[in-house]
Design a protein around this ligand. Structure first.
Ligand code: PAF
Length: 291
C-alpha cells in the first residue's frame, strides 16, 4: 500500500530507515496530473530500486506570472490511485508552506543551458525547476531520480546542476511515451480540443520527418530545421512555431552539420497550449543511444 507523506520530517525518518537497511531509493518528481509517461518512470524505478518514492508538488517557482499555476490540473485522489497501481512505496505531497516555510531567498540558477529555448520563452522557469528539484533531492536523498526525455532541456539543466553541485544521485532519463496517434504525453494535453489535437499532431509528424531525414543521410542543420518548420506550419493563425532546432545533446548549441549525435527540439503553440517534442538522432554510422 502506498503511504502518503506530507511532512518533510516524516520523509527524513523514512529515508533514515532505508539507509539503516541499505535499501536503494528511486525517485520520480512530478507535479501530479499523472499519465502513462509518469507511470513508465515509476515502473523503471520499481525495476531498478528497492523502494520508489513519487513527489506530487505543483511548484509555484517554475510558473511565470500569467501562466497556468492556479489552473494547473490537480487530481490528487486519481494520482494516488495510479501510484498504488504502480506499487509506489511513498507519495510525498507537501504543501507550498512546507516546502518554503520562510518564503524563498535561495535560488539555484544553472547558467548557459538554461538561457535559450524554454529559458528564453519562459525566463526564470529553469531557476524554479532547479531550485525545487535540489530541495526535493535534499529531502528525499534518492539513489536514482527519473525524468522524461520529453522535457529535454530540463534534463540537460538538471544534469548540469547535479554535476556542478556534486549531488549524490544518478539521473535516469527515460524515453518519451506517446499516445497511439503519436502525440507525446503531457499533463497539459487535457487543454486541447479535438481540433487542437489534430493541429498538435503536426509536431509529432515533424519530429518523425526529421528523424527519417537523418536516417536517410541528411546531416545539414539548416535543411533539418527547414524540414521541421515545413511540417509544423499551419494555416491556423493561432498555431505558431516557438522554435524548431537541431542542437548539441549536452550544450544545446545549434548544430551546422551532424557529425555524431544531435537532438531535434521543437515547440508548437496551439491556441493557449505549448507542446514540446524532441528526438535524439545520430548521423549514419555514428553510435546511437538514448538521452
Ligand atoms: O517535469 C516536471 O514535472 C517538473 O518540472 C518537476 C521536475 C517535477 C519539478 O517541479
Amino acid at each position: 500500500m502506498t503511504r502518503v507523506i506530507r511532512e518533510i520530517r516524516e520523509v527524513r525518518e523514512y529515508v533514515e530507515m532505508l539507509k539503516r537497511n541499505r535499501f536503494s531509493l528511486g525517485f520520480v518528481p512530478t507535479m501530479g496530473a499523472l499519465h502513462d509517461g509518469h507511470c513508465s518512470l515509476m515502473r523503471q524505478s520499481f525495476r531498478e530500486n528497492d523502494r520508489t518514492a513519487v513527489s506530487i508538488y505543483v511548484n509555484p517557482l517554475q510558473f511565470l506570472p500569467g501562466e497556468d499555476f492556479e489552473k494547473y490540473p490537480r487530481q490528487f485522489e486519481c494520482d494516488l490511485a495510479r501510484c498504488e497501481e504502480e506499487k509506489v512505496d511513498i507519495v510525498f505531497a507537501p504543501t507550498v508552506a512546507a516546502m518554503q516555510p520562510l518564503g524563498r531567498s535561495t535560488v539555484v540558477k544553472v547558467e548557459g543551458v538554461s538561457h535559450e529555448y524554454e529559458g528564453r520563452v519562459r525566463p526564470g522557469h529553469f531557476d524554479g525547476v532547479a531550485t525545487v528539484v535540489s530541495s526535493l533531492f535534499n529531502v528525499v536523498q534518492p539513489t536514482r531520480a527519473y525524468f522524461g526525455q520529453k522535457d529535454y532541456q530540463q534534463t540537460v539543466v538538471l544534469r548540469r546542476m547535479v554535476r556542478d553541485l556534486h549531488v549524490p544521485v544518478d539521473l535516469v532519463i527515460c524515453p518519451i511515451v506517446r499516445d497511439p496517434d503519436g502525440l507525446a504525453m503531457s499533463s497539459r494535453n487535457v487543454y486541447l480540443s479535438a481540433d487542437d489535437r489534430a493541429e498538435a499532431l503536426r509536431l509529432a509528424r515533424a519530429i518523425v520527418a526529421g528523424e527519417r531525414a537523418v536516417q536517410s543521410g541528411e546531416t545539414s542543420g539548416d535543411r533539418l530545421r527547414a524540414i521541421l518548420r515545413d511540417a509544423m506550419s499551419s494555416p491556423r493563425a493561432d498555431v505558431t512555431i516557438d522554435y524548431a532546432d537541431v542542437v548539441h545533446p549536452d550544450t544545446l548549441v545549434p548544430i551546422q552539420s551532424i557529425e555524431s549525435r544531435a537532438v531535434l527540439i521543437a515547440v508548437l503553440r496551439v491556441g493557449r497550449v505549448r507542446l514540446l517534442d524532441n528526438a535524439i538522432v545520430a548521423a549514419p554510422g555514428a553510435p546511437s543511444g538514448g538521452a
